[in-house]
Design a binder for this molecule. Structure first.
Ligand SMILES: Cc1cc2nc3c(=O)[nH]c(=O)nc-3n(C[C@H](O)[C@H](O)[C@H](O)COP(=O)(O)OP(=O)(O)OC[C@H]3O[C@@H](n4cnc5c(N)ncnc54)[C@H](O)[C@@H]3O)c2cc1C
Length: 508
């Protein structure tokens, strides 16, 4: 095992991986996505005229933050998301808002002129639904992180690596995802699965309150006592639906030494490994989190990796039942104790880099001058597994992975604290899921393999999906993402955004 992980290794070890609906994104055209048509937005809001150049100039002057328009030197950098797949989309403006009043200003402008509006934090939407042809409200400038008395207040534009890093100075953290540049807003609003989720829950499970600017320009505090329905919906109901979140208050947990591990077996043991892992990982002690990777990129490779909240010796002991169920010692193994911060850097694919280097390069908010974290384009689909695979299901998964192409399947363990909440306690419904499943692929043929693998596995996994792996080609997405919570979510949407200002193809 290398000390520093390259991008491909990152994809293999991280809890959840980067994906974008690249080649197969039917909604994206050279001129922009179909959902962001200005005419329908104008019709919806009753606006008669599109904003003139001087209207845009006035908006920019009225903001404490910065409005970037086509023609500005930073425009191309400002409009890009994490995935190059959406580089063809050209917003009319990208507003780097300095605070809630800038956001309210932008929303008023969008309504007045019927300009489609979308919110953006880390820009990792798999479907590219944090950009569009209208006004992008970017919250990256709102990225402060503070901690005191068991709580952290985190600006909605903070990226995960900065959240981990700044909280580490206080000896605390929050359960969150692996990718360093994912934004806390998109992650939290859709749930937030990470390497300590079995111990501490999803990111949304430790959310005590949030501040959000709603379509009418109000800045609302939402918690158990104030706007409790919006608070409920903001914990798993998905980003971009109810307003523009500007700040989150989380419960923190103290950090400690942890152990990270990566074990490999020959591909010939894939069936045994899947059977053993699915019977072990979701039911292991909460301190143990793991995932299973089936890789065909470029060759076949089988890895079980993870993080244990405890010593190396204890971790080794916990791994023994898994190894004995597989019936063979790993062909290669890396098990090592690390500080919590180092483990987060490792899981982020940032080992060997500084925190500053673990950003995208540039001088816009959220970027750093020495940033080295690359963008990536690949396609993905997913399932949430509510039951273990049968022998036939295991066979199908192994066969699909072994098909020609550059692709992989990742199974991330759930259970533990995630499973101890009721499915309706928050908007995230998948409390009974035992693991998540992601299929991802690069290069030509990606969409065909994804469609085929997903279809082949649906009879075995069922039709549940995670809204943070948003999938434009998923049929029955409402039920798949939200299950029985869909009805209540629709009521919250009607109450807080009756005019549907916040709109995209899979908006609640
Ligand atoms: C490389 C990579 C690694 C990932 N790792 C994990 C992981 O470990 N765990 C996990 O659970 N998920 C993971 N994901 C999925 C990730 O949680 C989602 O893609 C998430 O939506 C990204 O949030 P963002 O803020 O970066 O993206 P954005 O594209 O900025 O936003 C995503 C959605 O949220 C909306 N939104 C953004 N900001 C706001 C705001 N302030 N208020 C309201 N709505 C807003 C957007 O409009 C969009 O609809 C990963 C994704 C990638 C690409």
């Amino acid at each position: 095992m290398r000390a520093a992980l390259d991008r491909r290794s990152f994809l293999r070890v991280s809890a959840v991986t980067a994906t974008a609906m690249a080649a197969g994104c039917a909604h994206t055209t050279a001129s922009g996505p179909a959902w962001a048509g200005g005419a329908s937005a104008a019709a919806r809001t009753g606006a008669r005229t599109a904003p003139s150049r001087s209207d845009w100039t006035a908006l920019g002057k009225g903001l404490a933050g910065r409005l970037i328009r086509p023609g500005d030197a930073s425009y191309d950098a400002a409009r890009r998301l994490y995935s190059p797949s959406f580089d063809g989309i050209r917003p009319s403006g990208v507003a780097y808002c300095a605070g809630p009043s800038d956001v309210a200003e932008c929303l008023a402008f969008a309504k007045k002129f019927g300009v489609p509006v979308t919110s953006r934090s880390g820009g990792h939407s798999y479907a590219g639904w944090s950009t569009g042809t209208g006004l992008v409200i970017d919250v990256s400038r709102m990225n402060t992180v503070s901690a005191a008395s068991g709580r952290a207040v985190v600006g909605a534009g903070a990226q995960l690596i900065d959240v981990y890093d700044r909280l580490a100075a206080h000896g605390v953290s929050i359960p969150a995802g692996s990718c360093p540049t994912v934004g806390v807003a998109g992650l939290t609003l859709g749930g937030g699965i990470g390497v300590v989720a079995r111990k501490y829950g999803l990111t949304c499970d430790v959310l005590e309150s949030l501040q959000i600017v709603t379509a009418d320009g109000r800045v609302l505090t939402c918690d158990a006592d104030h706007n409790p329905d919006l608070y409920w919906a903001s914990r798993g109901g998905g980003g971009g639906n109810f307003g523009v979140a500007v700040s989150f208050t989380f419960r923190t947990h103290p950090t400690r030494q942890v152990t990270v591990f990566f074990l490999h077996w020959p591909w010939s043991l894939a069936r045994k490994a899947i059977a053993a892992w699915q019977a072990w990982a979701p039911y292991a002690p909460d301190a143990m989190w793991s995932n299973l990777h089936l890789n065909k990129d470029p060759g076949l490779d089988l890895q079980i990796g993870g993080l244990y909240l405890g010593s190396q010796a204890d971790c080794e002991r916990q791994l023994e039942p898994l190894i004995s169920k597989i019936g063979s010692r790993p062909s290669s193994r890396y098990v090592s104790q690390a500080s919590y911060s180092h483990a987060m850097m490792l899981m982020a694919g940032c080992s060997g880099r500084t925190v500053s280097q673990c950003h995208r390069p540039g001088d816009l908010p959220g970027q750093t001058a020495d940033g080295r974290f690359p963008r990536d384009a690949f396609s993905a689909k997913s399932h949430m597994a509510y039951r273990p695979l049968s022998a036939a299901g295991i066979n199908a998964l192994v066969e699909q992975t072994a098909l020609p192409g550059r692709h992989a399947v990742l199974l991330d363990a759930l259970g533990g604290a995630v499973a101890r909440l009721r499915p309706d306690a928050t908007a995230f419904p998948h409390r009974a899921a035992i693991f998540s499943v992601q299929y991802y692929a690069h290069m030509a043929g990606a969409a065909a393999w994804l469609g085929r693998a997903h279809a082949a596995m649906s009879p075995h996994f069922g039709d549940h999906a995670y809204v943070n792996y948003i999938d434009p080609s998923l049929s029955g997405w409402r039920q798949a993402y939200y299950g029985a919570n869909a009805t209540r979510l629709a009521k919250v949407k009607a109450a807080y955004d009756p005019g549907r200002l916040f709109r995209f193809p899979q908006a609640v």
